[in-house]
Design a protein around this ligand. Structure first.
Ligand code: ATP
Ligand code: MG
Length: 421
């Protein structure tokens, strides 16, 4: 038997309502905030991620699904959304519209990671990006959108962590301090972090290895070295969050995955998950648009992991998982003529917006009624030769057993079903 690839999941019909609910909530919130959906390819030129995510990150160094196509091009299945959106923003000249450009997406992402709860090789992200706005108001708007999304999903026990990781100016001085600090632990750092020590010491703070993260605990914190511009920006973001009544804690240890992050970074963490507790992460970045060939423009955004949200919701709202919809009507039949009559009737009813079902497996009448029960149909009718002649049948409420005479004309039946819904 062929089974699904390691680290992938099937979303079965019993769960897809919950997925649709999460996606609809995301789209609804985006609409209110003026974020427009963008759809992009599942694979991109490998160089996009090498440059756009950064070649000192775990994602690029260890996790990408990269392959050569028959034309000899190196392609990579998207590990994240930001680099792709930057590419599209430049390639489609979206910067020529009134700025900022506000975009949202829901995408599958692929990362070759060690699969565990909340960590898959194919997973899904809902995210947004805002290009061309540098104001702290933008940071606050982006964070407030994520906050509203999580709140509308009814999640509890979520904490917003924010930090500032400075700009090119203040990062330079800080990176020197950090390098000096980690130099002292050179013999204990993991091989990947040893390399990062030269290229990008801040990455070490994000390392998942136990020893590196232990060492990083007492490392100097960027937040203590912010320049005036960066600290003013951070103060303003905090003030705006306070204004909107959005609670947060300052967490100097958040540095985030991308190489290009500047100033504000943030994460929403859930207390309902184990190790994989971050349900949403994001931040501001500058330099990325330019790095990918565009005119300089700031970006800020976030991505939320949908599988992790599903885990939290299933834990906190077990009923949300049984959002299955039941049919309005089950049409049971006796004999071939009745079955054909029923199919046409059901077709007309569905055309009028009614959800209706019939048996497709040749069941006996008794078995059909049992099946209708299993389906959770709200009403049923039984059609035999007499009903076809009379053009009427008994409409039975499956819960109460109450029955009324009803015409078999689709319009009349549909209207009645609407009344008793
Ligand atoms: P983590 O620290 O958990 O590895 P990350 O920093 O790699 O997360 P991002 O690149 O910021 O994550 O992606 C944003 C969100 O996507 C995460 O907060 C998480 O909810 C989700 N996510 C990331 N990687 C995975 C994965 N392998 N499986 C499921 N969800 C994931
Ligand atoms: Mg990761």
């Amino acid at each position: 038997m062929i089974t699904k690839p390691r680290g992938t999941e099937d979303v079965l019909p019993k769960d897809s309502k919950l997925w649709q609910h999460i996606e609809e909530t995301a789209r609804g919130v985006c609409e209110r905030f003026g974020y427009k959906e963008i759809r992009t390819p599942v694979f991109e030129d490998t160089a996009l991620f090498q440059r756009g995510v950064g070649d000192t990150t775990d994602v690029v160094q260890k996790e990408m699904y990269t392959f050569e196509d028959k034309g000899g091009r190196s392609l990579t299945l998207k590990p994240e959304g930001t680099a792709t959106l930057v590419r599209s923003y430049i390639e489609n000249s979206l910067y020529a519209n009134p700025q900022p450009t506000k975009l949202s997406y829901i995408i599958p992402c692929f990362r070759y990671e060690k699969p565990q709860s909340g960590r898959l090789r194919e997973f899904h992200q809902f995210g947004i990006e805002c290009f061309g706005a540098e104001s702290p108001a933008t940071d606050a708007e982006v964070i407030s959108l994520a906050h509203m999304f999580l709140k509308e999903l009814g999640l509890t026990g979520i904490q917003l962590n924010i930090n500032s990781i400075g700009c090119a100016v203040c990062k330079k001085e800080y990176n020197e301090k950090l390098r000096n600090y980690f130099e002292g632990y050179k013999d204990r750092l993991c091989p990947t972090c040893l390399e990062r020590l030269e290229k990008n010491p801040m990455r070490i703070i994000d390392c998942k290895s136990e020893i590196c993260s232990e060492i990083a605990k007492t490392a100097p914190k960027m937040i203590d070295y912010l320049c005036d511009d960066c600290s003013g920006h951070f103060e303003s973001v905090k003030e705006r969050l306070d204004n909107m009544g959005i609670d947060y804690v300052i967490n100097p240890d958040i540095v985030r995955g991308l190489d290009y992050y500047t100033k504000t970074v943030f994460e929403f963490v859930s207390d309902a998950l184990g190790a994989q507790s971050t349900v949403c992460g994001g931040g501001r970045y500058s330099g990325l648009v330019e790095e990918l060939g565009g005119k300089p423009a700031d970006g800020i955004g976030f991505a939320a992991g949908l599988e992790r949200l599903v885990l939290v919701i299933k834990k906190q709202q077990p009923d949300a998982c049984s959002l299955e919809t039941a049919s309005d009507l089950f049409v049971a039949t006796m004999g071939d003529e009745a079955e054909k009559f029923a199919q046409k009737l059901i077709f007309e009813l569905r055309n009028l917006g009614v959800s209706a079902e019939q048996d497709l497996c040749g069941r006996s009448l008794k078995a059909q009624m049992k099946y209708a029960d299993k389906l959770g149909a709200r009403n049923s009718i039984v059609i035999g030769d007499d009903e076809i002649v009379a053009q009427t049948a008994k409409l039975k409420n499956m819960k109460t057993g109450e029955a009324v005479d009803i015409s078999l004309h689709a319009e009349v039946l549909a209207k009645k079903l609407e009344e008793v819904r």
